[in-house]
Design a protein around this ligand. Structure first.
Ligand code: ZN
Length: 134
């Protein structure tokens, strides 16, 4: 179903404060930031090999990422695996009895389609599958 980690999502309180560590100290290529209104977050991507670090800053107190920060503080929020066709992947997961948060794909950053699996089905690791636009 997947042979690639598309990105690792890290919850942060403030993008501007967090980007310099990855960009300047670890030397990763900064690819830009954008608002993902659907999830009330602003995200920044930093390239590491074929994968990325996705920094997530909540833009509203109702954002799931805001709740995560309240509960756990800053840190790793989710892992995202790349799939070629997200509809096919979701159908396959459902058929295999994997509990899903998103039965239907929703819009992610860079025009991607994403869906979250339920942490109860993944040993507590919030897991995203992601179909890139390109
Ligand atoms: Zn993500």
């Amino acid at each position: 179903m997947t042979d690639k980690i598309n990105h690792i999502g890290i919850a942060v309180k403030n993008l501007e404060n967090s980007i310099p560590f990855y960009r300047d100290q670890l030397g990763m290529e900064f690819e830009g930031s954008e608002d993902v209104a659907e999830q009330s977050v602003r995200v920044a991507f930093l390239k590491v090999g074929e994968s990325r670090i996705e920094l997530l800053e909540p833009t509203s107190p109702d954002s799931p990422v805001a709740k995560f920060l309240e509960r756990s503080g800053e840190g790793i929020h989710h892992l995202a695996y790349e799939v070629a066709d997200i509809e096919v992947a979701l159908a396959e997961l459902k058929e295999k009895g994997v509990r899903l948060i998103d039965e239907q794909p929703r819009g992610g950053a860079h025009g991607s389609l994403i869906a979250f699996l339920h942490p109860k089905a993944t040993g507590g690791v919030l897991t995203e599958i992601c179909q890139s636009r390109h």
